[in-house]
Design a protein around this ligand. Structure first.
Ligand code: OGA
Ligand code: MN
Length: 197
């Protein structure tokens, strides 16, 4: 079974899939280099949307840079994620229309408190994906993604190349503080907004 089919199976069965080595070391390092080259353009991430949108370091402390669908520096990774979207649509009929994603950098000591990825009154974020860009990350660096499942908390270390996917409306999760900067590409496969063709 391909990695993408494994992700689809695990999502169907558990609502959650972790795929180590979605990216090889070279590709992970290339995308981490894109983050470093653009680091000055990252902006403090907010919480809430529209009128309720505020920056609040007591809730989340990451900096983000949104990625365009056709960003040439991320083209090969976006193509793989596009193939994953196709596989999820083929095997799970999720009707995913597009991937909205950003690069994220958590400076050492920052975190993102427990939350759900769907904004209130909105259900077009269907699947959350997080792809880690940290080669040589070790347990003592911290920075785990803690996902609250029915069976209890499940921690994922943000090791470079690892892809985490989960159903956006199903799991609360949080990012624990790390001892070094923690990089990722984070995004959401979305359904089309209702009423929009
Ligand atoms: C988020 C998020 C998890 C991570 O950006 O909404 O929960 O591991 N990120 O970076
Ligand atoms: Mn989240």
């Amino acid at each position: 079974m391909t990695g993408y089919a494994c992700v689809a199976d695990a999502l169907a069965e558990h609502g959650l899939a972790v795929l180590p080595d979605f990216l090889g070391r070279d590709e992970t390092e290339r995308l981490a280099a894109v983050c470093r080259a653009r680091r000055e353009r990252f902006a403090r991430a907010g919480v809430g949307r529209a009128d309720g949108h505020t920056v609040n370091a007591a809730i989340r402390g990451d900096d983000v840079l949104w990625l365009d669908d056709d960003d040439p520096a991320a083209a090969s990774v976006l193509a793989r994620l596009g193939a994953l979207q196709d596989e999820l649509n083929r095997s799970l009929y999720l009707g995913l229309a597009r991937l909205e994603c950003h690069l994220a950098a958590y400076p050492a000591g920052t975190f993102y408190k427990r939350h759900l990825d769907q904004h209130r009154g909105e259900d077009t974020r269907v699947v959350t994906i997080v792809l880690y860009l940290n080669p040589d990350w070790r347990e003592e660096h911290g920075g785990q993604l803690r996902i609250y499942t029915e069976e209890g908390p499940h921690d994922v270390l943000p090791v470079g190349g690892t892809l985490v996917t989960f159903l956006s409306d199903r799991f609360e999760h949080e990012v624990l503080p790390a001892t070094r900067e923690r990089l990722s590409l984070t995004g959401w496969f979305r359904r089309r907004e209702s009423g929009v063709l």
